[in-house]
Design a protein around this ligand. Structure first.
Ligand code: GTR
Length: 652
């Protein structure tokens, strides 16, 4: 690095140190990898349709015979990756230059090429190209592999409808704001290229580095995060939405508002939610970098690449390093000069790989790969809620809440419900137990304090526990409901539900002959109960119809018998061990429940045709699972967000 560059960086670092202290940059280790990947999937790069994760058609066709390159150092192999999904088939070309003199399988560098072919990246052109220095890569004993981003999905705004999108998505007026953007599509292209490399005996597919610059750098990072088979990520000049921290104020560098103005299609639509809210983001890009651990990570900046924000890239790498036991597996460098990927950077990347790969195993992770016919391996599919066939929906910002404020938004929610103050025997809903902090709604369960054991409460049977309830002020109707939540680690019911069509008409409540509706989107427990040992691994989805007179928690009306009333699905995680996404689709014809994108229960909609209040609460279920262990309390049920999409044209 030049003295000038070092000096510039030192000044900027000093100026920013104070800024950084004021921000809420979380330390590595506070969140699990799973949480981090989920955040970036849902808020930045978007979710891929399940079919794209494991295309039904995936084939590699040789297009021309291998050719020896001028000088004789490399063999050029070309192929097409042919793929197909539910809506069509397509293909894109890939190329590998393999060291001709290699005695066995060689490691490889895979460049996500976002520059036009024909600028000399093919050594046959005779022009040396620093962006993809094939001669140098091959000379040092690696295969040089590439595909061009445009061939996978075009780099202009098609509304994410061209290239790979065409095969896996049905075009229509509504596109789920969580669906994948073009960066995710290109990262998918990198994974399919790796699928191809796995079929080549000349390549050591456990030692493949994915490299990219700028938009390609963002893509290389996302590819390495989403596909653990990549043994190394080289993230060059990636800036905003790549390696650059969002929480730092870097006046000359690109912010989310600027990137989405021109390149919204690179991301899921929900990324726009964070425009001008960088400081409020509960996650930042260093956490994304940390997801490459324990594999190799190399981040590169340009000393004068102010738009990408070298200081933000450096700081993020420095913070991310905490995730690695062996710190030598992470490298950061600054090349002198502007926004580019050149020999200076390639030397850093090749050297990192040489240091580690020459001396032993590096291992991309093959555990996520299933061996299939013809010796080809494929990543295990990652289901996501975009499998849901959605009717025409529109996002209901009025009802939805990210819980990002300082306190519960009392224009949307009640934190206390007059007609449902607790339940006999044993628990009282207390306002003290409702909080919004660090981007989530928190509902606490604890033992009742002495001053709360009033005569009145004891007379009503609310004498042991204090829990919490939050109920939407406004009723909502047909549509799609989703929350991301983590249950408390206790045998307490954590619930997300819809109920009470009668709240606006109290007279009906007491009049025999009417009924009250209830749909439990989920009731889950964070720990086994004294009466039910498996409740922390069972997702309960239930509907009720309660005859009047009906007063919640005090006098239950008759509970009507219904067909297919309840779904109990076993899950392979503990509800209290991490955040999970729960969805519910409510249409005129059907009701469907989802956990982490997998359908858990469905039934025809034979009776729920009146709007209801969304409710989050926690309750002690004495008769159902038993009383919690008192020593487990206090505990908190956390809800990261609640989102609602209205079914268009639905009127009660
Ligand atoms: C810029 C964009 C950057 C960067 C760059 C590139 O215009 O704002 O985020 O990715 O393009 O890819 O060259």
């Amino acid at each position: 690095m030049s003295g000038k560059a070092l000096f510039a960086i030192a000044i900027v670092s000093a100026a920013l140190a104070a800024c950084a202290d004021e921000t809420r940059i979380s330390a590595i280790g506070e969140k699990s990898r799973e949480e981090i990947v989920a955040f970036f999937t849902n808020n930045e790069f978007g979710r891929r349709p399940k079919e794209a994760e494991r295309p039904t058609l995936l084939r590699f066709e040789r297009t021309v015979a291998d050719r020896l390159m001028p000088g004789g150092a490399a063999v050029r192999r070309e192929a097409r990756v042919v793929y197909g999904g539910p809506y069509g088939t397509n293909s894109f070309p890939v190329v590998a230059y393999i060291p001709a003199a290699a005695k066995g399988p060689v490691p490889a560098f895979l460049l996500i090429c976002n520059r036009k072919v024909g600028t000399g990246y093919d050594p046959e052109n005779g022009a040396k190209n620093e962006f993809f220095p094939v001669d140098e890569i091959v000379r040092r004993g690696f295969a040089a592999v590439s595909f061009t981003t445009w061939d996978v999905a075009p780099d202009y705004n098609t509304g994410n409808t061209k290239g790979v999108f065409e095969a896996f998505e049905k075009p229509g007026p509504y596109r789920n704001p969580k669906l994948w953007g073009t960066i995710s599509a290109w990262a998918w292209g990198a994974s399919r290229t790796l699928d191809w490399l796995e079929t080549l005996p000349e390549i050591d597919a456990a030692k493949v580095a994915v490299v990219g610059h700028s938009r390609g750098g963002k893509t290389a990072l996302w590819a390495a995060v989403t596909d653990k088979r990549f043994a190394c990520a080289c993230v060059n000049g990636s800036g905003c939405a790549g390696a650059k921290l969002n929480h730092l104020e870097l006046p000359k560098s690109e912010h989310i508002a600027q990137i989405v103005r021109t390149f919204q299609y690179w991301f899921c639509l929900d990324y726009t939610f964070w425009v001008n809210r960088e400081r409020e983001m509960p996650f930042d890009q260093h956490e994304l970098l940390s997801c490459v651990a324990p594999r190799l990570l190399a981040v590169g900046s340009g000393s004068e690449d102010y738009w990408a924000g070298p200081e933000g890239e450096r700081k993020a790498t420095e913070l991310a390093r905490a995730a690695w036991e062996d710190k030598s597996r992470v490298s950061y460098h600054v090349h002198p000069g502007k926004h580019n990927l050149g020999l200076y950077d390639w030397n850093e990347y090749l050297s990192l790989a040489e240091r580690h790969w020459k001396s032993g195993p590096i291992a991309g992770d093959r555990t996520g790969c299933a061996q299939v016919a013809e010796g080809r391996k494929q990543p295990v599919p990652q289901p996501s809620p975009c499998d849901i066939k959605l009717p025409a929906l529109s996002f209901d910002a009025e009802a939805s809440d990210e819980f990002d404020g300082e306190a519960l938004d009392l224009s949307k929610w009640d934190d206390w419900v007059e007609s449902f103050q607790g339940r006999s025997k044993g628990f009282l809903f207390s306002r003290d137990n409702v909080d919004v902090a660090q981007g989530e709604l928190r509902l606490k369960a604890r033992l009742l304090r002495g001053d709360e054991k009033t005569l009145d409460n004891r007379a009503r049977g609310f004498d042991t526990y204090a829990t919490a309830i939050v109920k939407a002020k406004r009723k909502t109707f047909y549509g799609y409901y989703e929350c991301r939540a983590k249950a408390m680690k206790a045998a307490v019911c954590n619930a997300f539900w819809l109920y009470d069509p009668l709240s606006g008409e109290p007279k009906k409540k007491y009049r025999p002959g009417d009924f009250s509706d209830e749909i439990d989107i989920f009731e889950v427990f964070g720990k086994e109960g004294s009466k039910k040992s498996d409740c922390h691994r069972t997702c309960y989805n239930t509907v009720h119809r309660l005859g009047t007179p009906y007063l919640e928690g005090r006098v239950f009306g008759s509970v009507e018998k219904l067909e297919k009333k309840s779904g109990r699905s076993k899950v392979d995680f503990d509800f209290a061990d991490g955040y999970h996404t729960y969805g519910f689709l409510w249409t005129e014809k059907e009701l469907k429940w989802f956990a982490d994108g997998k359908e858990t229960f469905s039934r025809p909609n034979d009776q729920f045709h009146r709007p209801m209040h969304v409710t989050f609460d926690c309750e002690i279920m004495y008769d159902w699972v038993g009383e919690p262990d008192k020593a487990d309390l206090p505990q908190t049920y956390s809800v990261d967000y609640f989102r609602h999409w209205k079914a268009e044209g639905a009127t009660p």
